[in-house]
Write a protein that binds this ligand. Sequence first.
Ligand SMILES: Cc1ncc(C[n+]2csc(CCOP(=O)(O)OP(=O)(O)O)c2C)c(N)n1
Ligand SMILES: [Mg+2]
Length: 807
Amino acid sequence: MPSMQTKTQASSELSFEEFQAEVLNDYQIAFTSRECSLLGRREVLTGKAKFGIFGDGKEVPQLAWSKAFKNGDWRSGYYRDQTFMMAIGQMSIQQFFAGLYGHTDIEHEPMAAGRQMGGHFSTHSLNEDGSWKNLTAQKNSSPDISPTAGQMPRLVGLAQASKIFRNVKGIENKTNFSINGNEVAWGTIGNASTSEGLFWESINAAGVLQIPMVMSVWDDEYGISVHAKHQTTKENISEILKGFQRNEDEKGFEILKVKGWDYPALIETYQKAGKIAREEHVPVLIHVIELTQPQGHSTSGSHERYKSKDRLAWEVGNDCNVKMREWMITNNIATDERLLEIENTIKKEVRDGKKAAWEAFVSPQKAEQKELVNLLEKVADASQNKNFILKHKDDLASIKEPIRKEILSTARKVLRLVAKENNQEKNQIQQWIAAYYSKIQPKFSKHLYSEAENNALSIEEVKATYDEDAEMVDGRLVLRNNFDTILESHPETLIFGEDSGTIGDVNQGLEGMQEKYGEMRVADAGIREATILGQGIGMALRGLRPIAEIQYLDYVLYALQIMSDDLACIQYRTNGKQKAPLIVRTRGHRLEGIWHSGSQMGGLVHLLRGMYILVPRNMTKAAGFYNTLLATDEPALIVECLNGYRLKEKLPNNLGKLRTPIGIVETIKQGTDITLVSYGSTLRIVEEAAKELEEAGISAEVIDVQSLLPLDINHDIVKSVAKTNRLLVIDEDVPGGASAYILQHILEEQNAYIHLDSKPQTLAAKAHRPSYGTDGDYFSKPSIEDVFEKVYAILSEVDPKTYPSLL
Ligand SMILES: Cc1ncc(C[n+]2csc(CCOP(=O)(O)OP(=O)(O)O)c2C)c(N)n1
Ligand SMILES: [Mg+2]
C-alpha cells in the first residue's frame, strides 16, 4: 500500500479495501467536480447562465485539504474552491448549477441565493431568526468576494479568533464558537493574486500574531493572461517568502511546497500543515505548484490566445485529475475499466443534477408567466387597446423559459395601455404588479441590514443620568470609563489598533485598559489598517465582539476597500446567513492639516451601505453608541470628534448602561426662523453661530443628525422644517458630499420641499483638502461667520428691510 495518511488512518491502520474505497471516493469527487466545470461552461456558452468561473485543474489538492479540515474550522478562499466545497459536503451537483443560474431561493442555492455569481462560496452560521448555530459542529466557510486577495484580511481574524478563545478567560463557555481554540482557518489564493498588497499585509500580520492559519497558494503560473514573470519576483512565491520561515530561535511561518497533482504528497502535506496550525498555533503556507486551467480562466475568454502550444500541451499531461487516475491504476487501486464505469455513472449524475437545477430554477417563473398570461387575456378583453395587449401577452406566452424581467416588464407595459381605463381589470393588473414586487423584490434586496429581533434600530435610548454633584471631566475619560464597564461586563469584547494597547490610544480613551484586561483584549496592532479591519471581521464572524480601531478617519481609506467589499455586504451577500457585528472605532473631523482633519463622510456614506455610520457630537453620545451596538448584532463605524477628547463633559453615573439610539436625530436648540442640520464637530460651530444669529434677531433651530446611516428614521427634520419653512445643512465634507446626501433625504424621503419658503441649501468645506493650521482651517472649512452669513443671507432675501444685505 502506498504510504499516505488519510482521515481515518489517524486512529487506526486502514485495510487495503478501506484505503481503496477512500481513494475511489476522492476520485469520484474530483471527477464530479470536473464534470460540473465542463458542463457549467457549456451552460454559459449556450446562454442559460451568464458567467462561469470554475475549479477545474485544482481538484486534487482540495481533496487533501478537505481531509485535514475539521468541524469548527473556517475557510476564506476564492472562486477555484468548488471541489473542496463538494468534498466537505457543503455543495451538491444541483446546488452548483443553481449557483450558476442565479437561483434566488436559498434552499436551492445555499451560497448566496443567487446574489453572487457562481464560484462564490459560503456556509450558514445563522438560524432563520438570525441567532447563531453551533459553529463547532459544522464545517464553515466565510462568504467569498470577487476582489482578488480580498479574502486575506478576514482570514487573519478567523484564525486569530482561535487564539483568543484559547487564551482569554471568561469565554470558555462559548462552545458554540470554539472548543479551546482548536479551530484552524484555511485560506486559498491564486498565485497572481499574491501580488496584491493585502496578501503581504495579511501574511505579515499572521506571522506577528502567530495564529492557526493555513494559507494555500494555488499556482497555475497565470492570472488570467498575465504570466508569473509579471506577477511575482523570481516567479516563485514560496521562495520569496523564505524570510518568513520560522526556525528554532524565531517565530514565523512553516512553509511547505508540494506538487498539485501528487495525491499522496498532498495528503501528507495537508495533514502536517493542519497539525502544526491546530496544535502549535503557528501559521503555515503551502505553495501548491504545477496546477493547470483545463478550460482557461473563465467563460469570458479562451486561454489559447495567450498560452504557448508547449504550455497547453504540458497542462494536458499534468492535469491533476489525469495524474491521480494514472497513479490509481499504477498502484492497483482501480483498473481503467472500473474507472471508466465510475466516470460514466458520474457523467449521468451531473447531467441529471444540472437538469434538476434548471427545472427548479425555471418552474416558478413559468408558473408566474402563466398566471400573468391568464390575467392579460382578461385585461385585453375589457380594454379598448385589446390588440396591443394581446400582442404583449402572446410575446410573453411564446417565451419558453422566461425570466422575471420579461414577466414584470410585460405587466408594466400593459398597465400603460389601460392607464385611462377605469375597470376591475385595470385594478387587477395594478394589484398583480404590486403583489409581484412584494414577493420578488425581497429576493434581491432583503438583509442589507439585520432583520433579527435585536437589530440596531430596535435598541431604545437610555439617557445619560448624573449625580447632583457630577464632575466635569475631559471627554476622553467619559469614553475610557465606559470602555472599562464594557470590557468588564462583556468578556467577548476586544479592542485593538495602532497605539490602543500600551498607551491606551493616542487620545487616552483606553488609558489603563490593557493593564487591567490584558494584552489579548486590549492590544496594539501594527500599522496595517486593512488587516486591523480583517481581524475584526474574522473574529466577529466567529462570535466575538471586536472593536477595531483605525487611528484617524483619514486613514480609514486604507481599510475602506475591505469595509466596503467585505464587511458592509456580509449580511446582504449571504442572504442573512452570516453576520459580522464588528464595531469600527475612529476619530476625525477638524484638527490640523490635510491628513488629520478630513471629513470624507459622503464617500463613506455611499460606500458603506450595510453598515451604520455614527457621528456623535461628544464622548457621552459616543459612549452611548458603543453600548447600543453591543446590545445588537450589526457592523458600524463610529467617528469620535478628534477635537473633543479634552473638552469638558459632565461624567454620567450610568456608564455602560446609557444608550444613544441609532437613526434618531436630536434637536439641540429650538428656533422658529430656519432649521440648521449638522453633525459631529461642526455642530459646535453651528451652535455658536446660532447664538450670534439670535443676537441679530434670527431664531435658528439646530438639529444633530447623530447617525448618518441610517438618517432620521422618524422623519423629525421635516417636522422642524414645517415650523421654520427654511433649511440649511452644514458639514465639513466637500460640497456635494454628506451634506448633499442629507439634503436629498430631507427633500425626497421626507417631502420637506412642500414646507419651504426659501431655497434649501448646503454649506460645506472647500473642495480641496483642509489646509494646515488655524488659518488653513478657517479658509477651508465652514466657520462661525460662514454659517452666520449664509443664514443671514437666506433671511435677507425674504426680508431685506430687517436684514439688509451684508456682503
Ligand atoms: C482587485 C481585482 N482586480 C482584478 C480582478 C479581475 N481578476 C479576476 S481573477 C484575476 C486573476 C487571478 O489570478 P490568480 O490569482 O492566479 O487566480 P487563478 O484564476 O489563476 O486561479 C483577475 C485579474 C479582480 N477580481 N479583483
Ligand atoms: Mg493563477
